[in-house]
Design a protein around this ligand. Structure first.
Ligand code: G6P
Length: 370
């Protein structure tokens, strides 16, 4: 077993550390040599068919759905087509409006999740084209979807998904850019600009991983609390949801993710002296708004950890108790970096509390019952 873990204590930690490779492998061969366009030859959907699509549904479960929430931001930003996201176990039962011009994207690490597979079949029954983003070649989802983008994260053993999630983000970036270049919502220079930033992500994750020990110390401030909050705005909110799920899955600490501006409409009542709040502040255009949301929590006694962009350290220090800085990238790409400290935090919290990191109670890696 030790050999399989390549010297790491747990599969989860190994898989967190495999993310730079997973990003490189998922991008490999999909970016032109001159770095100016995306090639996805595996897609059967034609340029003409892509031009006809006028709505997107992203359907998945658990962590894969959280990748889909980022995917919504990515597609709406790059392609300017409305995207809805839905929990696979709800989608099928609510008579979703699916037309032949709807592209349904199912996201599944295993490609075997029963609810996701059922949603795929329902979408096809209603005449939609289905694109699958999955990590497993030959899985049920991969076999039945009309188009497939394989993430090359490699096998994921730990129940708590890490590298599969972040590779799904890379797949969304690539697909969003491919679609944008195909229908012309982004010109070549804009696509090249995003691709250049994407190619720096693996190295930037390595930089974050090199500071993992910092988070080990921070964990003391959360592991003895029974409840905490993750807050963020925009794409940070999507990442906050994944951070919260990760923590719950393996540390069993109750947490909630909140759109930061929504806190004052109810949840602020739960903040008291010492309540841990993890605040994501990677979106420059929402930075001031986030600072004021953080102040709202501080005024009620919250103990705040800020996940911030490099360069803001001195300024943010006035508003938070602790901080962790991630390297600078484009606003749309930040989830591929900001999720890493949250994964590490969950890992260290689980470890500190003496839980089975790789096999949390009550959970399975792949859920093949509806
Ligand atoms: C299970 C796993 C989660 C995962 C979800 C969806 O609940 O414990 O980590 O996100 O299934 O799995 P999938 O294989 O479809 O991505």
């Amino acid at each position: 077993m030790t050999a399989e873990k390549a010297g790491f204590d747990h599969f989860m930690l190994k898989e967190i550390h495999e993310q730079p490779k997973a990003y490189r492998d998922t991008m490999l061969g999909r970016i032109s040599d001159d770095g100016r366009s995306v090639a996805l030859p595996e897609l059967k959907i034609t340029a003409e068919q892509l031009k006809e699509i006028n709505r997107v549904h992203i359907v998945a479960c658990g962590t894969a759905l959280h990748a889909g929430l980022v995917g919504k931001n990515v597609i709406e930003n790059l392609v300017r087509i409305p995207v809805e996201t839905d929990v696979a176990s709800e989608y099928r039962y609510r008579s979703p409006i699916i037309t032949p011009d709807t592209l349904v994207i199912v996201v599944s690490q295993s490609g075997e999740t029963a609810d996701t597979l059922a949603a795929l079949r329902e979408a096809q029954r209603c005449g939609a084209r289905v694109l699958a983003i999955t990590n497993v070649v030959g899985s049920s989802v991969a076999r039945e979807a009309d188009d497939v983008i394989i993430t090359l994260a490699g096998p994921e053993i730990a129940v708590a998904s890490t590298k599969a999630y972040s590779s799904q983000l890379i797949a969304f970036f690539l697909f969003g850019l491919y679609w944008a270049q195909t229908i012309g919502t982004k010109d070549e220079a804009e696509v090249a600009h995003v691709l250049a930033a994407m190619q720096s992500l693996p190295e930037q994750v390595e930089k974050i991983l090199a500071q993992a020990e910092v988070l080990k110390e921070v964990v003391e401030s959360i592991s003895h609390h029974s409840s905490l909050f993750f807050i963020g705005r925009g794409i940070d909110y999507a990442v906050a949801m994944e951070g919260s799920l990760k923590l719950k899955e393996i540390s069993y600490i109750h947490s909630e993710a909140y759109a930061a501006g929504e806190l004052k409409h109810g949840t602020l009542a739960l903040i008291e002296e010492g309540t841990p709040v993890i605040a994501l502040l990677t979106q420059e255009d929402l930075y001031e708004k986030m600072l004021s949301n953080i102040k709202e929590t501080k005024a009620r006694g919250a103990d705040v950890l800020g996940i911030i962009n490099e360069g803001h350290e001195a300024e943010v220090a006035k508003s938070v108790d602790r901080q962790f800085a991630i390297p600078r990238t484009l606003p749309l790409l930040t989830p591929a970096l900001s999720v890493v400290p949250l994964q590490l935090l969950s890992y260290y919290a689980s470890l500190a509390l003496g839980h089975d990191v790789d096999k949390p109670r009550n959970l399975a890696k792949s859920v093949t019952v509806e």
